[in-house]
Design a protein around this ligand. Structure first.
Ligand SMILES: [Zn+2]
Length: 313
């Protein structure tokens, strides 16, 4: 059944490519009006909207309740990429299983690697958990380091600057407006960060367990300790042996909180919580994963409030 659906998808995509070839030759829509911006993550879309203001139309392929490692690419994504002036990806191989094939198929020079309209957000930050040597054995999906840097709100500053530079390069006539928007975003970010740091100060040293390594950057920002993960390696499902060891570690270390992504099979997380006596908190890992988190600032307001309540118990 899976082979059949993959075959069908290839068939649909090849038909769509033929249609796109007919439509090829359309000029840069930047000159005509608003920039067409496509992002992989809604987190990046939200930052792009703050920087681009009224001069951009931004669409994202994933929202915060989806796993960007394994997104099911739809043929409609090709149309969006074909028309994009700017493509903003997370990078660090987060989207490697699905994005490069789409970009190849979209036949749009404006968003090819190295073009002014292609932004790899992870290039703007210092990655955590970079392995000493590249290791894809056992299916590790983080061979270039941890790609979940958008979970540290302070990383939004360099990422927004990178996005602003790309917008200015693609539409230089609007550069002044983009730079003013960036300055306003940075000011709001500074105020929010001060508030979030104060809000989380009582939880300094909090010991947590996470399902996937989604929350490493968040933990570093607020001085929490990740004592283990339910996955033995990023992208590798929990095994009974690993789980048994982890529950022992949680008890000896006094880990009282399990953070799990809302798109996981949560039976394992519930089991670990019951056996260890920890609280299980299930959250979307990015903007737009629920009704309370429509943009960057709302997401961290909501997420940190949830963690403050659960971690303080
Ligand atoms: Zn990951």
């Amino acid at each position: 059944m899976k082979a059949y659906s993959t075959h069908m998808k290839r068939f649909l995509i090849s038909n769509l490519l033929a249609m796109l070839a007919l439509a090829a030759g359309t000029g840069n829509s930047a000159a005509a009006g608003k920039l067409n911006v496509v992002t992989t993550l809604e987190d990046l879309a939200s930052i792009a909207r703050f920087v681009g203001g009224d001069d951009v139309i931004v669409t994202s392929f994933c929202h915060g309740a989806q796993d960007a490692h394994f997104l099911d690419a739809k043929p409609s994504y090709l149309v969006k990429l074909n028309r994009a002036d700017v493509l903003i990806e997370n990078g660090g191989e987060l989207e490697s299983s699905w994005l490069s094939g789409l970009v190849d198929g979209a036949r749009n020079r404006r968003i090819l690697g190295g073009a002014p309209g292609r932004v790899v957000a992870m290039d703007a930050i210092e990655p955590l958990e970079v392995p000493a040597k590249l290791d894809r054995s056992e299916g590790d999906v983080h061979p270039q380091g941890n790609p979940h840097f958008t979970l540290d709100p302070s990383n939004a500053r360099p990422v927004a600057a990178r996005i602003c530079a790309a917008f200015c390069a693609v539409a230089p006539e609007k550069a002044e407006r983009f730079r003013a928007n960036l300055a306003a975003f940075d000011t709001r970010l500074d105020k929010s960060l001060a508030r979030w740091m104060a809000m989380m100060a009582p939880l300094k040293g909090l010991k947590i367990v996470t399902f996937h390594r989604n929350f490493s950057y968040l933990a570093r920002r607020f001085d929490w300790q990740v004592v283990g993960t339910l996955e033995p390696k990023p992208g590798v499902p929990p095994s009974p042996g690993h789980l048994a060891n982890l529950i022992v570690t949680m008890k000896t270390q006094g880990a009282k909180l399990i953070l799990a992504e809302s798109y996981r099979d949560l039976k394992v997380a519930q089991f670990a919580a019951e056996k260890s006596g920890a609280v299980l908190l299930v959250v979307p890992t990015g903007v737009g994963g629920n009704a309370e988190t429509p943009d960057f600032f709302h997401y961290f307001d909501w997420l940190l409030d949830q963690i403050a309540k659960a971690g303080g118990r």
